[in-house]
Design a protein around this ligand. Structure first.
Ligand SMILES: [Mg+2]
Length: 284
C-alpha cells in the first residue's frame, strides 16, 4: 500500500485528520448506509485527508465497511479497545504496538473473557438480569440491532467491550456504576446498548493516533487540525480529544443531551446528513 499523504504544508495550508463514529453518525441509524455523506467523503479523499473510523463495532465488522469506504487509514475498535494501524502507514516505529498480519495493533482494553465474567458477577450481586452479547443468540442481536445474520455474527466477535441491556427496572444506574467501578471497569452508553469495558475509551485511542499524526507532520505539528464527529455519550471522550468536536442529530432531530463541550459544533441534520454538511463546511 502506498504511504497516504497528509495535505501538503506549503504556504499557509493546514493538514486535517477526521475521526468519526459509525452508527448513527457516518452510518444512518437504521439503514447503516453512508450514502448521504458521499459528497464529503469524496472531498476528503480528493484532498488526501485521513478519515479514521472510531467505533464500538468489532474489527470483523469494521473491515468490510472500511473496504466499502475504500479507506486505508488506521481504525479504532470496540470503544477504544484497540487501535489498528496498517503496516507501513506511519514512517516510524509505533509505541506499544504488536505486529499482526497486515497491521500494527495497539491494545488498550480489558480482555473480553474478563468483562464477561464481571458482567455475570454483577448480575448476581445486584439480582437483576444483565444480558450481554455473550448471552444472546444471533436472532436476538439481529432483532435488537436490525443487523443481518452475517452482520450479527461479525458483531459477536468481541475482544474488548461487551454491549449489554439491563432487563430490570429495579436496577439503578448508581448501583450498576458502583458495581462496575468496584471491579476497576467502566461503562458507557452507545446508540442501542450499555457497554461494559476496561479503562479504555474512544478518547485515549484517538489521542494515541493524534500523537502519531503530529509526529508525522514533524516541524509543522502545530498546524495539524483534528475533527471528531459523534452522536452518543460513548463519543464524548473522542470529542474532548479533538480541536473541532461535532455532534450530529439523532434520527428525531434531537441532540444527545449529555454532551456539552466548549466549541461543540451542532451538525444541522441527523447522522450522515449532518456529517456531510458539517465536513463540507469545515473544508470550505
Ligand atoms: Mg453512534
Amino acid at each position: 500500500m502506498p504511504l497516504p499523504k497528509l495535505s501538503t504544508f506549503d504556504g499557509d495550508s493546514k493538514a486535517m485528520v477526521v475521526f468519526t463514529d459509525l452508527d448513527g453518525t457516518l452510518l444512518d441509524g437504521s439503514t447503516y448506509s453512508f450514502d448521504a455523506a458521499r459528497e464529503a467523503l469524496d472531498e476528503l479523499r480528493a484532498r488526501s485527508i485521513p478519515l479514521v473510523v472510531v467505533s464500538s463495532k468489532t474489527r470483523a465488522e469494521i473491515e468490510p465497511l472500511r473496504s466499502r469506504l475504500r479507506n486505508e487509514h488506521p481504525f479504532i475498535v470496540e470503544n477504544g479497545g484497540a487501535v489498528f494501524v496498517p503496516s507501513n502507514y506511519f514512517p516510524f516505529q509505533l509505541t506499544a504496538a504488536t505486529a499482526h498480519g497486515q497491521y500494527y495493533i495497539v491494545g488498550l482494553g480489558t480482555s473480553y473473557p474478563r468483562l464477561r465474567q464481571a458482567l455475570k458477577e454483577i448480575e448476581q450481586e445486584l439480582g437483576v438480569e444483565l444480558r450481554g452479547y455473550g448471552d444472546m443468540l444471533l436472532e436476538e442481536i439481529m432483532m435488537r440491532t436490525g443487523l443481518s445474520r452475517q452482520g450479527a455474527a461479525l458483531a459477536k466477535q468481541r475482544d474488548y467491550d461487551e454491549p449489554f441491556v439491563v432487563e430490570d427496572e429495579r436496577c439503578t444506574l448508581e448501583a450498576l456504576t458502583q458495581a462496575i467501578t468496584a471491579r476497576g471497569l467502566r461503562w458507557t452508553k452507545g446508540d442501542r446498548f450499555h457497554h461494559l469495558m476496561g479503562v479504555q475509551d474512544k478518547g485515549q485511542a484517538v489521542r494515541y493516533l493524534i500523537e502519531c499524526y503530529r509526529r508525522w507532520t514533524d516541524r509543522h505539528r502545530d498546524r495539524l487540525i483534528t475533527v471528531g464527529i459523534g452522536n452518543s455519550l460513548n463519543d464524548l471522550p473522542m470529542l474532548k480529544a479533538v480541536d473541532h468536536p461535532v455532534l450530529v442529530q439523532q434520527p428525531d432531530s434531537s441532540y444527545e443531551p449529555d454532551i456539552e463541550l466548549p466549541g461543540l459544533i451542532h451538525a444541522p441534520g441527523p447522522g450522515p446528513i449532518g456529517w456531510n454538511q458539517t465536513v463540507l463546511s469545515l473544508l470550505a
